[in-house]
Ligand binder design. Structure first.
Ligand code: CTP
Length: 152
């Protein structure tokens, strides 16, 4: 897309999460724990035309970089996403997310009887499987609702 067609302004410093599957932008914000009260600039584009994806969402967060565990969880809901680090208006780093084998300590298990919900000093661990993520302790599978179970 040429510059004059940009839907969302360029940012000076921060992170652009691009090529997010259309419909997932608000879940990306949930994963990053952003609701606007933090004070940094956040721009969201939804259903933006994309050569590669047809339609995509895009999230730009100013003055903030992402932790590896945030990127790991993002990859579960936005497997095609590109994470661009922007400094002084230039993209200085661009990485495709990669699907991790599992995520530790970032998702809570929805099964109330799971040992991870029993007040024991146990960290949650989910394995990434074809149709979602599976709790290592009780085998409950999280699918579309992954974003609702994020602890980070
Ligand atoms: N971007 C931004 N602010 C900047 C620089 C880039 O918001 N100062 C955004 C662009 O709008 C784009 C993304 O960051 O959505 C990646 O920028 P760039 O690498 O320049 O674009 P493309 O080459 O089109 O990226 P890709 O090849 O990953 O599609």
């Amino acid at each position: 897309m040429s510059d004059h067609e940009l839907r969302v302004s360029k940012i000076r410093d921060g992170t652009v999460i691009d090529h997010v599957e259309a419909g997932q932008a608000l879940n990306v914000l949930a994963i990053l724990g952003i609701d606007g009260s933090e004070g940094f600039g956040v721009s969201v584009g939804m259903n933006v035309p994309s050569d590669r994806l047809g339609r995509k969402d895009i999230v730009k967060v100013e003055d903030r970089e992402l932790s590896q565990s945030e990127v790991d969880v993002l990859s579960l809901i936005a497997p095609e996403a590109t994470i661009n680090i922007v400094r002084d208006f230039e993209v200085v780093e661009k990485n495709r997310v990669t699907r991790p084998d599992g995520v530790t300590g970032v998702l809570s298990c929805p099964n109330r009887n799971c040992i991870t919900n029993a007040d024991e000093p146990i960290e949650t661990r989910f394995d990434v499987v074809a149709d979602g993520v599976r709790c290592d302790y009780c085998a409950t599978i999280l699918r579309a609702d992954i974003a609702e179970h994020i602890d980070v």
